[in-house]
Design a binder for this molecule. Sequence first.
Ligand code: NAD
Length: 516
Amino acid sequence: MSTTAAPPLIEAFTAEPFSAPEKFTQFCSNGGKPLGGLVGGNEVPGSMNAIFDVINPGTHEVLARVSEMGYDEVNDAVKVGYRAFNGCWKDTPVEKRIALMMKLVELFERDHDVLMACEILNGGKVSELAQGDLTHFRACAEYFADVARGIQFGDGGVMELEGGMNAYSFVEPWGVVAGIIPWNYPVVLSAWFMIPALIAGNCILLKPSEETPLSALYLGKLAEEAGFPAGVVNVLPGRGELTGKFISEHPGVRYIAFTGSPGVGQAILQAADRHGTRVKREMGGNGSAIVLADADPEIVARMIGKNANQHYGQTCSTIHRVFAQREIYDDFLEATESFMKNLKIGNQAEAGTQLGPVINSRQPQRIIDGIQYAKANGAEAILEGGHAKVSGYDGYYLKPTLLRSEPGSRSNPQEVFHCFVNVQSVDSVEEALGYANDTHYGLGSSVWTKDLELGQKIVKQFRDGTGQVNCHNTVAYGLPYGGQGISGGPGGGVNCEETLRDYLQTESIFVAPYPG
Ligand code: NAD
């Protein structure tokens, strides 16, 4: 007799117990000195004499102390970057650059546990999600190695023009480029910047968030060990309003890849535009999900709950806004409540935790303000949210928030960045699309239905960079991940062929016979 196994229950990302390896502790303690930036192959203290604490958001423990990089270090990094660029890096054959990158991948995998400690203890992530994040480093390197092997570097094919003139394109890296990245996915977002930028032949300034600088600093050390020439990989930790601003205002930086919030992205674009630095920006979202009447409310509630709680809602395209067809609205809401209220709140390094701490002391009030905004604009709380106590841990813990709102109510705040879901009922797909697109954001949205053809027709009408049917927060190398509206641009997004081209400039060369 054959039996069919029940499908596994859809669960939120969950923690395995985790403790830091000795190598991480040694790296953080740095022989008793604050960790410096990495400039020209040297660890440098900051000239501003400013040192900041890097903490574990689940315990408030200080994990490391880090020197903030000032104008002098940014300026030095630009100088040594050009020295390395002109001295060797831009003429290093692409296969040699790829080989160095694959060596870095090997070292990354050798020190997997150190990088896990950065993500879990500093980033506040549960291990199941952190494990998945770490797989991106190799996948990203292999993808861009393949892209680089297939595109033009140097001279293109010659066109013959009138009068015996020849013309061709000439493709080369920009020189010194910067990546300014946020705190929420430090390894993934370092990879998405540094791998294509370096394989394209640029020297880089990597500016991690002041909240989570450890993985970028560790990657800088690994890059040196891998054999990248001094000055090719520079890491500049510090606050955005200082170190970040010095980078975006520096005329020697030819290209900036920014990932972070829309307001900061707008400021960087203005600062950089003054001296003609190209900028591309991947910014925040306010993701929506449309649930059609044919969906199974229990299964879809668990899938949407899982995605809404990915990194506790601190993922750029997190689902905050849900529009469910009236026929299944009540059942869907009930199932979502059951999933969300059973999320295990706890320390991110303790077995079973599904909802860990938010990143810093400012976030709880921001999130609570978002909940208040929604309630003041007509949303009714099913799960109130607010501060949570986790026995034995002094961290930034919050409960999940589930709200219901009248159709068409203006109760959705800006990107909340926590496990926060506001559900409205709708009578038609058109109504749902109207509400879903009624936002300045445009990063990622999804439709949940058994009818895959209809689902695809609907997602194509989202004003977002990513439309998904029966999934959310999905990325794939080879397809652009980018935003529309205030969520991103210009440029083709990350993780596609155009991304590598973004790190290259093209010049048209015309050669005429000598006149006379
Ligand atoms: P943030 O905008 O506050 O900071 C991002 C980076 O910019 C940090 O390194 C910060 O130090 C720096 N910075 C801040 N002010 C600056 C200034 N004036 N000049 C130069 N640099 C400055 O964002 P955050 O709080 O770190 O991250 C959360 C945000 O990032 C959310 O909006 C989230 O949606 C977004 N995000 C987007 C994506 C994406 O791919 N679209 C991915 C992850 C996160």
